[in-house]
Design a protein around this ligand. Sequence first.
Ligand SMILES: [Zn+2]
Length: 397
Amino acid sequence: MAGSLRAWAQPKAEPRPQSEYPVATDARIEQSGETVRLSMMLSANVAVDAWVQASPDRVIVELPSTNFQIQPSAKRSAGFVSGYRYGLFTADKARIIIDLSQPATIAKAEVKTVRGGFGELTIELKKASRGDFLAEAGKVLKPGPAMPVPAPASTKAAGEARRTIVIDPGHGGIDPGATVASIAEKAVVLAFGKALKEQLEASGRYRIVMTRDDDRFVSLGDRVQIGRSEQADLFISIHADSLTQAQEVRGATVYTRSERATDAEAARLAAKENEADAVAGLETSEELQDVAGILMDLARRETRTFTGVFARNLVEKLGGSIKMHKIPLRSARFWVLSAPDVPSVLIELGYMSSPKDAELLNSPEWRGKAVTAVSAAIEDYFARERASVGKAAESRN
Ligand SMILES: [Zn+2]
């Protein structure tokens, strides 16, 4: 299944395994006068492209797929550069995104071959006026790779009897999600997603599709689209945020989509999750316009009902085995849950900001318990559906 997703992301060739990517090490950032220079050592000389982007102001550096092995102690800011991050962007591209606290333009973006066939990447930025920066930003409009989105082909075979569940590990690649003490949300939720897939597949009753099964970026629109084109019976997005400064706030929460948020915290969280595309430097991303029409309205209403049933199941099963947030079932306007015809929920496994939660999120034992609870909720959900279909058939006879 993952193979087919990859084939869709890059139709021409299977992407190389990550172990074959050029390796980036030894990042340095320094300011001298009006210039800030970011450099990295690469295991090969590769092509580099760079451009600036306004609001938020930043520099996007694009390289072929790169395996970043940057020392954790590397300095991350200097002068007008308030920070930078890096990671895979698509199957064949990586990005470094440099956040600017003041306008700057690109004086140099190059990879020079150095001794031993290595490459030295240098990005040199020069302080600029707002006008010059905006002029530079206006010159380039790089379309994100996901816009326009080619509808991914479904891998669902005709006559497939199993239920289809799409598991959506949040964030990935250039977008790390919440990061606390070098633990990234993207890694925590991927590990959880893979464990859930394994357990569900073992039952033989489900066809599982992952929106990503490695450390890569997938746009929100593509995630929704994968759920729809796979004709998923359930879409489960997995997250583990650090929303609050309050370290004592902890526990898991199940979210569904609604236009009006149940509370301010839910609204803040949805707003943060909806920014995922911007974090990766996608220039344009707009939520799909709602499809109008009576049939769509019916589908949406039905989807909402099923979503509600499943979400309550989840809260019940999860609550029996792991610690839940004090308001465990909430809703807000999450873009990733916007498919009108796929029951979709988002599980916040816990708060990375809580030291206790962070420890649990990383423990295989805790993960096993939570995965088993989610699987049980799925079993229950489809069992009830079978029972109600059975009853309907009986009453017709
Ligand atoms: Zn998240």
